[in-house]
Design a protein around this ligand. Sequence first.
Ligand code: SAH
Length: 524
Amino acid sequence: MAEKINHKATGKPAGRRADKHPGKPAGAPSARTQAAHPKRQQQGKTQASVGSTSSSHRRQYPANKPAAASAENVKVGDRIIVTIKRIGINGEGVGYYRRKAVFIDGALTDEVIKAKVTRVESGYLNAEILEIEKRSPERQEPPCPVYGICGGCQLQHMTYGAQLQAKEEIVRESFRRYARLEELPLRPIIGMDNPWGYRNKAQMQAGREGEDIIAGLYAAGSHRLIDISGCPIQHPVVNRVIEQVKEVMEELDIPVYNERTREGAVRTIVARVGQTSGKVQLTFITSTDRLPDSRRMVEKIRERLPMVTTIAHNIHKGKSPLVFGNKTVLLWGADQLEESLGDVKFALSPRAFFQLNPEQTVKLYNAVQEAAGLTGAELVVDAYCGTGTIGLWLAPLAYEVRGIELIPEAVLDARDNAKSSGVDNASFYEGRAEQLLPDWVSNGIRPDIVVVDPPRTGCERPLLDAIVRAKPKRLVYVSCNPATLAKDCQVLLSGGYKIEWVQPVDMFPQTSHVECCSLLVRND
Ligand code: SAH
């Protein structure tokens, strides 16, 4: 099922929005979008009925029963009053009801929330907002009409300043909880001057609604496709390309893939912009070997979108949740998109991974460079190196860099990127960090600096053990998940390391994600 939500003037700067059909009347965002979602509840009183005035009603709340009553008696449907203490790792408000944690989607720190219990677990409660009794001054109107439905952003209902504060608190809380550290040397988070329009790549699922072709994301936890026009965190050029591509597909009546019937062709439209060049790489992912009417599609896109320099076709027939399939065919233009970060040059094929927020990536890598404290004499291991970005950033300052990466294509890309950036002291190895580094250490290799940048699950224990055995004088831990970062740090702390500093960087404004670069040094 598909739902289309037209944009209404929201007071956003022009250029961040692109109405899907400027000629068609723009309907108001649906009531569901505007009122019913907790994150959209802007006023002190929400539109959800609580059945009575708050003062007379409040007496019935378990919160006002004698203090001896325990949270064990709470049932789904009960109404409770909760003061929000902090923002949780998924952007939800966290408070306590009779010492039990309560998670309330869309609630902000210091707000007093009248809420309905939706889930009771032994360690926590989930509840939804009925009414905001005390409203935070940091609450704001989310600029995006599909906020709370598309699931991509979690923090648009708070000011950017409050988002940054919440992210620092998420990091502190993770270390408290998972590393038992009360005093964390946490540096102030590095935010963006303009926390909008930063994402360099859109991956939109294609769908149909009547005559219209729509493209967007599935609503959180469902198969309902939400049309996204002019996503405010996406680079404006990427938005423009997606809008025009939808129109071209509509004009040529290109069949889109239907998840249910498994018929049709185009599943996903991917557009990626190079921040330095402004050029765009466009890829159609289909469930079929052929992209119908591709010649005319290429013609029309070239006519309307001169910034598109690559049009590629990727075939993904299976049911796998991965976006790309294995086979990519170039329909027109350059086979790679040129991109650079500082002095490091990248040539990106359509499937190649690249950081989504280049502006903040440079700030992150500068923190990594500071943490590494290189003098030119060091052997650096870049574990989980992807396409070699961090290793290549550090190579000009080091004696030697050795990267380790699981995905063979990424290793090849890393080697190519080294060549095109004129780096000759970096080598890249295919394998598992938790196998290769312990092997190297057993063979007497002693890195001076180890950089790790693992996926959300964190580092495997054998890797942490090998680091403790090899005793590099500095360990730089880049992490996109403060919980696994803190857990891994606990192992390293008991292995003789201490945390010198933790630098959070806001790579994904408006979302609850937070990236950190941490420096750990030997105690001895
Ligand atoms: N440092 C890179 C990429 C980080 S993403 C950058 O900044 O761009 C994490 C990378 O770790 C991915 O490329 C993933 O393929 C790789 N990876 C995942 N598990 C791994 C493992 N066990 N050993 C080595 N690499 C792994």
